[in-house]
Design a protein. Structure first.
Length: 218
């Protein structure tokens, strides 16, 4: 496969933004875990409640994946990416504003749906932005940030913010800011599939003379 006037700068920018976006998905999803001890005391939660809070987001993610995968094919990559980033960032803010278990579960359900809308769209946009010889590497980079930011750096970020902020409420609230900044740059940068150069086959057509020559060689 060859590419026609491929924009390498766009490829790098798109992969960087989509990687940061998937990292933010992981961070918003898992930053709640190290904050559970503080939340338990204030909201009166037990360990079963904590398990439900984690599980309900995963269930919402899994169920919505049956519907969200083709959403960006109909509405466009950029709109779904920007909308999902804004919505799951707002859900992070709302997580810090809840007053009880029921409202917290509802917020996490909405977060799971909006994060799932981002995930397949980001994968598709990464593949479309990548040159064929770098597609696998770019998708590896984009997918790795979920675990890196969410599971790896999330607990460190949460506990350090808890040391300097007044309460756990502010830890969730501050997560809104990187989401809004990222949504702005995604809106300015990400292109739709029809705006990207199409791949074309590098195999040249075989002329009748070439076919005859090949036959005579045999």
């Amino acid at each position: 496969m060859t590419t026609k006037e491929y924009d390498v700068r766009y490829e790098r920018s798109a992969v960087l933004l989509l990687s940061l976006g998937f990292g933010l998905v992981g961070l918003d999803r898992w930053i709640i875990s190290p904050l559970f001890p503080s939340m338990m005391k204030e909201l009166g939660l037990d360990y079963q409640d904590l398990g439900n809070i984690i599980g309900v987001l995963g269930l919402a993610w899994g169920c919505s994946s049956l519907l969200m995968g083709g959403l960006s094919d109909r509405l466009g990559r950029r709109g779904v990416l920007v909308g999902s980033i804004v919505f799951f960032s707002v859900c992070s803010l709302l997580t810090g504003m809840v007053g009880g278990l029921v409202s917290l579960l509802l917020v996490r359900v909405v977060m799971g749906v909006t994060e799932e809308a981002f995930s397949p769209t980001a994968v598709a946009a990464t593949a479309e932005a990548s040159r064929p010889e770098r597609r696998g590497l770019n998708m590896d980079i984009q997918q790795s940030t979920f675990a890196l930011f969410g599971v790896g750096l999330g607990p460190i970020i949460a506990t350090q913010l808890l040391r300097i902020l007044p309460s756990w409420h502010w830890v969730f609230a501050i997560m809104l800011l990187p989401g809004l900044v990222l949504a702005y740059f995604v809106f300015r940068t990400i292109r739709e599939p029809h705006q990207l150069p199409a791949f074309e086959s590098a195999v040249a057509p075989v002329s009748p003379q070439d076919r005859m020559s090949a036959y005579m060689v045999r």
